[in-house]
Structures are given as C-alpha cells and as structure tokens.
Design a protein around this ligand. Sequence first.
Ligand SMILES: *[C@@H]1O[C@H](CO)[C@@H](O)[C@H](O)[C@H]1NC(C)=O
Length: 105
Amino acid sequence: METKHLAYVMFVLVSLFLAMAQPSQASYFSAWVGPGCNNHNARYNKCGCSNISHNVHGGYEFVYQGQAPTAYNTNNCKGVAQTRFSSNVNQACSNFAWKSVFIQC
Ligand SMILES: *[C@@H]1O[C@H](CO)[C@@H](O)[C@H](O)[C@H]1NC(C)=O
C-alpha cells in the first residue's frame, strides 16, 4: 500500500518533469515550394544558421520564442541581416529571397 502510493507519486512527478522539459513551442522556420503556403514544406528548427533549400521559396512561416531570429539573403548567414523578426508569428505566403535563417536558442 505504502509502496504503491510512493510509486504513484514518483510517476506523477516524473510525468510533470517530462512535460516541462519538452519544448512545447520551439522556434521554427517553415518554407513552402508554393505558389503560396502550399505543396512541399521544409521546416528548419535547429539552433544557429540554416540554409533554406533553394526549392522552397514560395511562402514561409516563422514562429519563435525568445530572441528574434534573423534572415539573410546570403548562404550561411553571412553579411548583414536582411530581416529581423519582431512579432512571434510571421507568415507570408508569397515568394521571398532569403537564403538562410539564424535561430537563437
Ligand atoms: C550553406 O550553403 C553553402 C553554399 O552552398 C555551403 O557552403 C554551406 O556548407 C551550407 N551550410 C550549411 C549549414 O548547410
């Protein structure tokens, strides 16, 4: 009885911990082949710089938490940042020119 109760408490605590450790809404940049936010979609969510595949430039969605991500018109996030996002959800279903994005984690 006592052991069962303890096991239950442990189970609840571990479940809570796992739920909190899970990043429920991580930052990501989603890009579509298009036209618009349609057809094949690629998602970039790793920390730091990601090149955006040249075949997915028809539309995008940028969702982030924390520090604002930036987009570059060059590969490898070189040079001057073209765009710094200011709202936490950004979507435009039209062509864009960025070649890479930088996500702060
Ligand atoms: C990004 O693209 C450039 C040019 O094609 C390449 O040299 C570089 O290794 C790529 N970077 C990543 C992180 O894939």
